[in-house]
Design a protein around this ligand. Structure first.
Ligand code: 7TS
Length: 406
């Protein structure tokens, strides 16, 4: 079955947006929809297998543990991590980045140290570092974004000369769609002596990601943007770094032994997973990985490349419309745009009347919007289940927006 027919795997895509109005879902950058197989896996888990994990000696506890830990193996294979010990389950990408800021950074950075971020980051990869910088007196340098929506490579090299301890950047911008050259950035950062954190929230769902090829030290992503449930995300990190990092949250499961005098942390990956985890969500993430793996991430990426090229071509036809970010070859399936004389929220509201779901606002990237002198954009973001017909409906909808505000 070609990817363009995969919408039928997603029950929600068959519903109407409003009575008699079909749904055109173009907001997968915020969160993707879920295929039947993921919904079924979570339903079945609760109907047949639920118990707490890692502790019981009864049949349900063993089944729940096998399912939950089985998902960790699936994630390991999906991103080609060397060992399952490198897969830490968190609540989402945000928590994964915060884990690195609280554990690795507090143990390894000191007052006066520098870190490098970029102007195109989601707030999730800005605020944790700003909090930390305030607490231990770090300096943050930001790689500027060019008018084309790319990272300024010369500026990146200049900032590396200041010998930062950490360089953290997104693999793919959730606004511009820019796909950053991670291998090259990571290589240069390492040569300058920095550790590298990659925000994979937008890349892992849409592109083949091989952590060994990427050459980073940390990678954060969320299940809910990759056909999985909300409530679970992943921090991948190199085993040696995780072994050396101090524990983050304390409680059950993350310990090997506790006495009144103190505790001994558990082995990886449990060392960083305090308390009862999101078990059903873990199972759902495993099913999502199965679903994406069966389609093949090369195929998913190729489908979205084709779709964004078509979308950019059609959007350019609309008078007064401006799309931000690079050309289709350097971009994932995201188009953030403005329409002359119409506020982005009004665009989204009028499109919604036609059942077309787009996001409007700053998309948790306020500094990036400021860089382009914008308060907000409207954003259409595509996934494997979107089609050229969805793009056509968006264009028709935009002409209607123009009519309403003419
Ligand atoms: N990093 C990037 C690049 C993102 O796009 C997002 C979420 C996050 C981090 C945070 O992910 P979370 O699952 O921890 O919340 N981006 C969006 C978006 O573009 N619209 O809604 C959420």
């Amino acid at each position: 079955m070609p990817l363009s027919e995969r919408a039928s795997d997603f029950p929600i895509l068959a519903r109407e947006a409003h009575p008699g109005v079909p749904l055109t879902f173009l907001d997968s950058g915020a969160s993707s929809q879920k295929p039947e197989s993921v919904i079924q896996a979570m339903d079945e888990y609760y109907r047949l297998h639920h118990a707490n994990v890692h502790r019981g000696i009864h049949v349900l506890a063993e089944e729940a543990t096998a399912l939950y830990e089985g998902s960790r193996d699936k994630v390991q294979r999906f991103i080609n991590a060397k060992t399952r010990k490198e897969i830490i389950f968190t609540r989402n990408a945000t928590e994964a980045i915060n884990l690195v800021a609280y554990s690795w950074a507090r143990a390894n950075l000191k007052a006066g140290d520098r870190i490098v971020l970029t102007e195109m980051e989601h707030h999730a990869n800005l605020v944790p570092w700003q909090i930390l910088a305030g607490q231990i007196d770090l300096s943050i340098d930001y790689v500027p974004v060019t008018d084309d929506g790319l990272l300024d490579q010369e500026a990146f090299n200049r900032l590396l000369a200041r010998e930062p301890k950490l360089v953290a950047f997104t693999h793919m911008s959730n606004v511009l769609g820019t796909i950053n050259p991670v291998e090259s950035l990571a290589q240069r950062a390492h040569a300058a002596g920095a550790k590298v954190l990659v925000d994979g929230a937008q890349s892992v769902p849409h592109l083949p990601v091989d952590v060994q090829a990427l050459g980073a030290d940390f990678l954060a992503f969320s299940a809910h943007k990759m056909c999985g449930p909300t409530g679970i995300g992943v921090l991948w990190a190199r085993q040696d770094l995780l072994e050396a990092m101090p524990v983050f949250m304390g409680g059950g499961d993350m310990i090997r032994k506790v006495t009144l005098a103190g505790f001994k942390p558990n082995d990886l990956p449990h060392k960083f997973e305090a308390g009862t985890p999101a078990i059903a969500e873990g199972v759902g993430l495993g099913a999502a990985v199965d679903y994406l793996s069966a389609l093949g991430m090369q195929a998913v990426a190729a489908h979205e490349r084709e779709l964004i090229a078509y979308a950019l071509e059609r959007l350019e036809e609309v008078p007064g419309l401006r799309v931000y970010g690079p050309s289709a070859e350097q971009k994932g399936g995201v188009a953030a745009f403005t329409l002359e004389g119409v506020h982005p929220h009004d665009i989204a509201q009028v499109l919604d009347r036609d059942g077309i779901a787009v996001r409007a606002g700053h998309h948790c990237a306020q500094p990036l919007h400021e860089r382009f002198d914008l308060a907000a954009t409207a954003r259409a973001s595509f996934y494997l289940y979107n089609t050229r017909e969805d793009v056509d409906r968006l264009i028709t909808g935009l002409y209607r927006v123009k009519q309403v505000f003419a």
